[in-house]
Design a protein around this ligand. Structure first.
Ligand code: SF4
Length: 352
């Protein structure tokens, strides 16, 4: 049976070509066809001999996930329900800004972490995505927006990757690392490490690997200033409490010295949005000496959830308190709310 070529690391591709009796320089040629030109057939690789193209077609396929449905929100946020070869489905979201845009990729079908505020978390984990399935979500968005050299499209918007879709990326860390290394490879997609953010609920043992093996930006879904409160909404906190997460963040910042860590903080009415909560956050960051910024996220309610969004007034008072202490704490605008594409709303069982 043919193997999927998208998602092989450069080393794996090289080894596969060596087994076919090909010279090492072929790796770069094929890599560029896949990740610079975005071709979807070996026939298009015109600087390879016909014989090699046939050998490649016999051994490999070049796939993209199938689009099952898509929705575009009033603010142009674009959401797709995608299906892979085995019929499993995930959602991918593109969030365009004026001069750039981020593709929010999923890393698992469902999620095992079970955060109480998260719609995805209510969908049981089915399986991890492969590296190819992760990176091909980004490539599919480039296809849709015509952002390969063969297209006449001049505006390049598909520039950033946020690993914040369905799933806990650090529960699928090997495939995520391979996918991110494909994304940043300078001979291919060449996405800058500064344009990639991985968000985790805090799977402590794997945090240093993100620094060592990828160097991309890190975001932690913190959402509460104390273990007592965090465990109520994120049961994973019983396994990896706040102190351990912040120690792992220190490790990350020893390696990736130039980057702030973003702490995602969902504003839940009268649960975690008091001034005292903000002061506890400030004390934590000072104690662990972490270069931190906060992303205050208005909560997007979904059918059947128990939490309510904080009022604008409470959100802005909270933000001002953090800023007074020297931390950036912007209030994120919720995007794609009308199509349930916003943070924590993704779910692939059916479009709701
Ligand atoms: S917030 Fe992230 S880690 Fe938590 S349940 Fe949702 S997808 Fe999983």
């Amino acid at each position: 049976m043919q193997k999927e070529i998208i998602g092989l690391s450069k080393k794996e591709l090289s080894a596969a070509l060596a087994l076919m009796g090909e010279k090492p320089f072929r790796t770069k040629q094929i890599w560029q066809w896949l990740y610079v030109q975005g071709v979807t057939s070996f026939a298009e690789m015109t600087n390879l001999s016909k014989e090699l193209r046939e050998k490649l077609s016999a051994a490999f396929v070049i796939s993209r996930p199938k689009i099952v449905t898509e929705q575009i929100s009033a603010d142009k946020t674009h959401k797709w329900l995608l299906e892979f070869a085995d019929g499993q489905r995930v959602e991918t979201v593109f969030i365009p800004e004026d001069e750039h845009g981020a593709v929010c990729v999923s890393t698992q079908v469902g999620c095992a972490v079970g955060c109480k505020f998260c719609h995805t978390g209510s969908q049981k984990i089915t399986r991890n995505l492969t590296a190819g399935e992760i990176i091909s979500q980004f490539m599919l968005v480039k296809d849709v927006y015509g952002e390969w050299p063969s297209s006449s499209q001049e505006n390049r918007l598909v520039s950033n990757i946020v690993v914040m879709g369905m799933g806990e990326p650090l529960h699928n860390v090997d495939n995520v690392i391979t996918a991110l290394n494909i994304a940043t490879d300078q001979d291919g997609l060449a996405v800058s490490k500064r344009r990639i953010t991985l968000s985790t609920s805090g799977i402590v043992p794997n945090i240093p690997r993100i620094a060592q093996e990828t160097g991309v930006k890190l975001a932690i879904s913190l959402h509460a200033p104390s273990n007592e409160k965090r465990s109520q909404i994120m049961p994973i906190n019983n396994r990896y409490p706040i102190e351990e997460i912040l120690t792992a963040c220190q490790e990350y910042q020893k390696i990736v010295t130039s980057r702030y860590i973003t702490f995602e903080y969902l504003m839940l009415d009268h649960f975690n949005d008091d001034l005292q909560d903000a002061q506890m956050l400030i004390a934590l960051m000072k104690k662990y000496k972490i270069g931190a910024k906060f992303n205050l996220i208005p909560f997007n309610p979904w059918p059947g959830c128990d939490f309510k969004p904080s009022s604008n007034n409470r959100v802005h008072t909270f933000s001002r308190e953090l800023e007074k202490a020297g931390f950036a704490a912007p209030v994120r605008t919720a995007r794609g709310q009308d199509i349930l594409a916003a943070c924590g709303q993704l779910k692939s069982k059916k479009l709701v």
